[in-house]
Ligand binder design. Sequence first.
Ligand SMILES: [Zn+2]
Length: 78
Amino acid sequence: MGTKLETIGDLIDGGHTVTGWCNDCGRGSDIDLDAVAARRGRDWSYIRQKWPIRCGACGSGNTSIRIGIAGRPRGPGR
Ligand SMILES: [Zn+2]
């Protein structure tokens, strides 16, 4: 139970998606969470961490991420 989203494993288990955005060319693409988990481990806490991702278009490592919450629950609390 619990809806914590603190680790990469939490995101995978919840079916969430993460999109990476390149700060240099503005291109966005979905991140393969399984691949990140394989490299960092499912217990990797992504909060305030730099993701091991790279822009597929220009190769820049200057990227931001945006988490897409699947089935966002309704009601108060978070
Ligand atoms: Zn780029």
